[in-house]
Design a protein around this ligand. Structure first.
Ligand code: 8YV
Length: 317
């Protein structure tokens, strides 16, 4: 039986690469030095794309593959896939929701705790001899008893709020509407600026789209204020990064813990000059267990499609 041809946009761990290569004829886009030559040689054969959340598939790539039927995303976010181009041609799209939710929430809360309590600086304080030479580490402000806001009470936002409740924070959230699954004490605040005004910590957990681009702009950032902390475990596009940098530099915003950046993995060098940030390399879903589950789901969606079955976790048009 001939194996369906697929285009692979980025690398996977070996535990995923081996079964992917066994089930499909895989063309590695990210390793091809001459992309137009790759498309000229095999573009017509390719029926599927295996991609990653941050890489997606552009309209240009989709247009270069006339027989494309399905795009399987390794990640819950599919904002980098040109959905209009897909729907116009009846191309099916899948992602990997649920399997990564709790790890992403864990990292968000861990970032809040680490930055609040100065854990990175404290580690340096021990290692570089400052503890012995200079004495006690500077005191930090406490977390419990403060107010946290969750912008986007979807799967990940819900798990973040649940964890924060366990840390004795008061929870408010903003979304397109109040959620009936939210427990009684969680306050719904429709307006993100009003939410930011009320809280000490603002978590951004929105699925990114054109509608949410820069939803966290100057106004929200300034409303969070000089004692506030912004935590982003969603997509950089949800935040006006220039406004964020300016607010961090002028201390109009207290601090920020960020797992995602415009143009990552390169980031604006202004971030590196700041002492009020915690910077992470987009690894909120990066545990062995979760990445294995994501890889399995990516393949299961492709397999289901080529067997003529429904996708397991379709992105709906
Ligand atoms: C990445 C993510 O996909 O789930 C998402 O949307 O951004 C991440 O899980 C991950 O880095 C794998 O590419």
């Amino acid at each position: 039986m001939t194996k369906p041809h697929i285009l692979q946009m980025g690398p996977y761990p070996e535990w995923d690469q081996v079964p992917l290569d066994a089930a499909f004829t895989v063309h590695r886009y990210f390793e091809a030095a001459d992309k137009p030559a790759l498309f000229a040689a095999v573009g017509k054969d390719i029926r599927g794309i295996a991609t990653r959340g941050e890489l997606g598939a552009s309209a240009e790539i989709i247009a270069a593959l006339p027989n494309l039927e399905v795009i399987s995303v390794y990640g819950v976010g599919y904002d980098a896939v040109d959905l209009n181009a897909c729907w116009a041609r009846g191309i099916r799209v899948s992602n990997t929701p649920d399997v990564l939710t709790k790890d992403v929430a864990d990292l968000g809360v861990a970032m809040m705790l680490a930055l609040s309590r100065g854990m990175i600086g404290a580690e340096t304080w021990v290692r570089d001899g400052s503890w012995a030479a200079k004495g006690l580490y500077p005191l930090k402000s406490r977390v419990w008893g403060k107010k946290a806001g969750v912008l986007g009470l979807g799967r990940i936002g819900f798990e973040v709020a649940k964890r924060l409740q366990g840390f004795d924070l008061d929870i408010s959230y903003s979304d397109v509407s109040a959620k009936d699954f939210a427990p009684e004490p969680w306050q719904f605040v429709a307006d993100p600026v009003a939410l930011a005004t009320e809280v000490d910590f603002l978590f951004v957990t929105l699925a990114a789209s054109a509608a949410t681009r820069h939803i966290v702009g100057k106004e929200v950032i300034e409303a969070l204020g000089s004692e506030g902390m912004l935590i982003n475990i969603s997509r950089a596009s949800n935040i006006d990064e220039d406004a964020l940098l300016t607010a961090l530099e002028t201390k109009a915003l207290g601090s920020a813990a960020l797992d995602v950046f415009e143009g990552e993995p390169k980031l604006n060098p202004r971030f590196l000059g700041l002492d009020n940030v915690l910077l992470q390399p987009h690894h909120a879903s990066g545990t062995v267990e979760t990445r294995k589950a994501m890889g399995q789901l990516l393949r299961d969606n492709l397999t289901a499609h080529f067997a003529g079955r429904d996708l397991l976790t379709p992105v709906l048009s």
